[in-house]
Design a protein around this ligand. Structure first.
Ligand SMILES: N[C@@H](CCC(=O)N[C@@H](CS)C(=O)NCC(=O)O)C(=O)O
Length: 254
């Protein structure tokens, strides 16, 4: 993927999407998949994972990715605001149901996957753990650990949290399948399907042909812990594969 710099992006028109370059970060991949599904064009902007990202901080007030900046509107740094922007820009391909009960379920399940203390946040604590055990702790791990709430206690709780979220998703999908739907909510694709497909890759990434990430990054993403791997149940794995077959282009490009 070809990225422009933050300095270039500030002057650029349309939708700019700041992304962690060179890795399939699930927050960024979800944003890309949702925008592509909705056929919303965007200009990729470079963020260095775990880096200082000084220009990004000056522009957006923070240093994480993804960030969406549309025309001269304020930067959007939160996954739900980004989804709402996509809904507004391309309402013809909705990823949130109109009816409030299913809408609340999509947003709620999505928050358990993407939001603070959700599947992604807890899996990230596990991914940081081996680096936290090195003496001295590498600078990137110190930065990311402080940013995303690493503590021994939080790491200890993470597996249970992943299991609880995975169990809810698996049971929800089983109930949906009994009703004849392949999707988490209703009978068509919604945002939560996109988030799950992308975040499952933090435990069980797609193979090198579909997800050509560097080997050391792959080693961090792939979980060797049996309890964590079991969170990707056969049903949840099959759902992920269905999403790539039907709705998300491969190979991933980051
Ligand atoms: N605030 C974001 C969460 C973003 C996030 O966790 N970003 C990570 C994942 S790619 C990131 O930028 N990590 C690298 C860094 O912080 O430098 C949201 O709500 O969507």
């Amino acid at each position: 993927m070809k990225y422009i710099t933050v300095e270039e992006a500030i002057e650029a028109p349309g939708l700019r999407l700041v992304l962690t370059a060179g890795v399939p970060g699930p927050w960024g991949e979800s944003a890309k998949a949702i925008l592509s599904y909705k056929e919303i064009p965007f200009t990729p902007v470079y963020q260095q994972g775990g880096g200082e990202n000084r220009a990004l901080k000056a522009w957006t007030g923070q240093t994480s990715a993804p960030v969406a900046v549309y025309e001269d509107r304020p930067p959007i740094c939160h996954w739900l605001d980004l989804l709402m922007l996509a809904e507004q820009l391309a309402p013809a391909r909705p990823l949130l149901p109109e009816d409030m009960a299913p809408r609340a379920r999509v947003i709620g399940l999505s928050a358990l996957i993407v939001g603070v203390d959700g599947f992604g946040f807890n899996r990230r604590l596990q991914m940081l753990a081996p680096m936290m055990a090195v003496d001295p702790v590498p600078e990137i791990a110190v930065t990311l650990g402080a940013k995303y709430g690493y503590s021994e206690q939080a790491r200890k709780n993470s597996t249970e949290r992943l299991q609880a979220i995975s169990a809810l998703l698996d049971a929800g999908l089983a109930a949906q399948q009994a009703e004849g739907s392949d999707y988490f909510v209703g009978d068509s694709v919604t945002a939560v399907d996109f988030y799950w497909a992308n975040f499952a890759g933090m435990v069980l990434p797609l193979g090198p042909r579909d997800n050509p990430m560097p080997d050391p990054v792959r080693a961090t993403y792939e979980s060797s812990d049996g309890e964590t791997r079991a969170c990707i149940t056969p049903r949840l794995e099959a759902h992920r594969d269905m999403m790539y077959r039907r709705h998300i282009a491969l190979p991933l490009d980051f």
